[in-house]
Design a protein around this ligand. Structure first.
Ligand SMILES: [Zn+2]
Ligand SMILES: [Zn+2]
Length: 270
């Protein structure tokens, strides 16, 4: 058996995120559960759009940097030996516009930027955009753009078409190997980490679906690895019972050929 890769989860939401409906998702309980399951590092990454950046959507507006910082007061003294990182999942809406400034980024341990919140119609993508090839194209373009901002430690759930995962196979098939290598080659040059998230693999949860098979993102991750990217693991948990789910990613990462050396230095732990 190859050396275990998954020992961290740096995409975890708490009750500070508007989409988290579980009152138990607080740092104290998350860290206790992380320790129980054997995780060495937890990264909190609540949604955040910094109020210094104009143009927040109504949903993002209350979730500003001051709101995010409330987590620092909630961190327990006892972390059960789990290393704690405080970051955020901000937003990228195209045209060079991200919901975070470099000043705020420097005050956090890490910054995740998504390029695929394509469910946020009229904000992240235009209202009428729904064709698979258009969604694929916009994600490719956004991925390349966001890298150049120099704000992201990692890309949250790259190319996972949120809200359209029932046709993930079709959408991702619109992206050629060459286009992926172009994207991931640049991410590798810049050292921007590629997230390996439970959402990529329906086999992690309820099983493969007619429009979403494990092979789709296995192909993508294999290309990212061949391009020389670094990676981190993520549950994108929005409830306490999802802490520990990240371990289901181990066989997929191994199949993609990811090794210990390919893990993002922030969470490599050696
Ligand atoms: Zn997200
Ligand atoms: Zn998230």
């Amino acid at each position: 058996m190859a050396q275990r890769l998954v020992d961290h989860d740096i995409h975890v939401h708490t009750v500070l995120s508007a989409c988290c409906a579980d009152p138990e998702s607080v740092p104290e309980k998350i860290l206790a559960r992380a320790a129980e399951t054997g995780l060495k590092t937890i990264g909190f990454s609540d949604h955040m759009w910094d109020s210094a950046v104009p143009g927040a959507s109504e949903w993002y507006r209350p979730q500003d940097f001051a709101h995010l910082c409330e987590i620092r007061r909630q961190l327990p003294k006892e972390t059960h030996g789990v290393r704690v990182l405080v970051g955020c999942e901000s937003e990228y809406v195209g045209g060079g516009r991200a919901g975070i400034t470099p000043e705020v980024g420097r005050q956090l341990d890490f910054v995740l930027l998504p390029i695929s919140h394509v469910h946020m119609k009229g904000f992240v993508i235009p209202e009428g955009m729904h064709r698979s090839e258009d969604l694929a194209a916009v994600m490719v373009q956004r991925f390349k753009e966001v890298l150049e901002l120099g704000l992201a430690t990692g890309i949250a759930h790259p190319f996972l078409p949120v809200g359209h995962c029932d046709r993930a196979d079709e959408i991702i098939s619109c992206i050629s190997d060459t286009a992926f290598m172009d994207c991931f080659g640049r991410a590798a040059e810049l050292g921007v980490s590629i997230e390996v998230t439970c959402g990529f693999f329906p086999g992690c949860g309820e099983g493969e679906k007619p429009g979403h098979h494990d092979q789709t993102f296995l192909r993508m991750l294999t290309l990212a690895r061949q391009a020389g990217c670094v990676f981190h693991f993520a549950s994108d948990a929005h409830s306490l019972d999802r802490i520990g789910d990240v371990f289901c990613l181990e066989p997929y990462a191994q199949q993609a050929g990811i090794t210990r050396q390919d893990i993002c230095p922030l969470v490599r732990n050696d």
